[in-house]
Structures are given as C-alpha cells and as structure tokens.
Write a protein that binds this ligand. Structure first.
Ligand code: DX5
Ligand code: ZN
Length: 217
C-alpha cells in the first residue's frame, strides 16, 4: 500500500514569487511540483518554457513533474529533461509518434507520461501502456486552473487501474481536485493527484495535502 502523491501545480501560484510557492509546496509535505507548459495552440493559454524550469530547478528538491500541453512535444522533451524535469508528460492528441516520444523521454532519464483530454478514450493509448511510466487523466479540458472536475473522467481512472495488471504505470489525475472531489478521485484509484487552485487557495496547505491523501491506502 503506497501513499497517494500530491503534486501541486504552480499554474495557480503567484509567478512573481515562485520561490515562495516552491517553499510552500515543500513545507506542505507534497513531494512533487507539477509544471504546466502551455503553448497557446494545443491549449488556449500560454505559460512558460524550459528556461523557467531550469531557473527554478536549483531552488527546490521537489520532484519536477512537467506536463506539456503543447503541439509537437517531441521537439521539446530533450530541453525539458536538460532543464531538470524528472517526469515529462505529453498529450496523445498532440503527438503522432507516441511510442517513439515516450521511449525518447525514458532514454533521457525521465519518467515518461502520456495524457488524455476528457474526450479521448483510454483505448487511444492502450498500445503504449507497456511503455508509459505515468498516465495522466485530464479531469478538465486543459488550459486553465479553477475548473470543475468532469465526473466521467473517473471512469477512465478505473479502467486504467483495471488494465494495469503487472504494469507499473502511475495513474495521475489533473483538474478540479479539491477537498470536495478528492474522495471520489481517491476511490477511483489514482496514484497522483495534481491540484492547483485549491492548493494555493488553502490557508493550511499541510492539512490540505493530508485531506487529499486520506492517509495510507
Ligand atoms: C490545467 C492544468 C492543471 C491545472 C489544474 O490545464 O493541466 O494542472 O493547474 O488546476 P486546478 O487544480 O485548479 O483545476
Ligand atoms: Zn497539468
């Protein structure tokens, strides 16, 4: 039985005080930081690139979980690995040669993640489940923090858990995770919970992280 990993997303942090945000995450007890990279094409929003990741890398020993919401992610995975990413997740909808890209991410020494938006079925990534180290189920339409979790996406978590068998991939959920939704999310069987707005809005971030994990499973 392993503890659920909470991965606060800095998307909802004050970018003028990113070091403070990293410290808040560390002191909350969350082991990962989730870094949302957006290109304004795959998703309507724009955030940051590899320079941001390499600039903040020396300021924290958290596990850097990079979520690429960009077209042609294969062209950028090396730069993010060099910048200090430890997991790199690409979208199946943005990447034709998913098998090649996931293997490339692994060869760079990172966990290789694949993500699906709410309208993409699990069957779209079934062929690469042997290769993936992490499967990120988007529980909102990607692009912005603060949206409500779409309940049917939890069916995909259950499906992925059932399909896993002896494979080792982590199942991550991203979008609309908060104190109200975390029980359903946990019960569905996730290993990693990404939380942005709810984490940064929380006055007691340590208590927030504990409420998400709900203790040992
Ligand atoms: C949305 C991003 C998420 C975002 C989640 O496209 O991928 O990581 O930060 O934010 P909340 O937790 O506010 O839904
Ligand atoms: Zn994300």
């Amino acid at each position: 039985m392993s503890k659920i990993i909470v991965a606060p997303s800095v998307l909802s942090a004050d970018f003028s005080d990113i070091k403070g945000a990293l410290k808040d995450i560390k002191s909350s007890g969350a082991p990962w930081v989730h870094l949302d990279v957006m290109d304004g094409t795959f998703v309507p929003n724009i955030t940051f690139g590899p320079k941001f990741v390499s600039d903040i890398r020396p300021h924290s020993d958290l596990f850097y979980d990079v979520h690429l919401m960009i077209e042609n992610p294969q062209n950028h995975v090396e730069a993010f690995a060099k910048a200090g990413a430890q997991a790199i997740t690409v979208h199946s909808e943005a990447c034709v040669h998913l098998d090649r890209t996931l293997n490339k991410i692994k060869s760079l020494g990172c966990l290789a993640g694949v993500s699906i938006v709410p309208s993409t079925p699990v069957s779209a990534i079934e062929c690469v489940l042997d290769v993936a180290d992490l499967v990120l189920v988007m529980s909102v339409n990607p692009g912005f923090g603060g949206q409500s979790l779409i309940p049917y996406t939890l069916d995909k978590v259950r499906q992925l858990k059932q399909l896993r068998g002896n494979r080792k991939y982590l199942i991550s959920i991203d979008g609309g995770v908060n104190e109200l939704t975390c029980r359903d999310v946990r019960d569905a069987g996730v290993d990693v919970m990404v939380a942005g707005s709810a984490f940064f809005a929380s006055p007691d971030k340590g208590a927030f992280v504990n409420s998400l994990t709900g203790g040992e499973r």
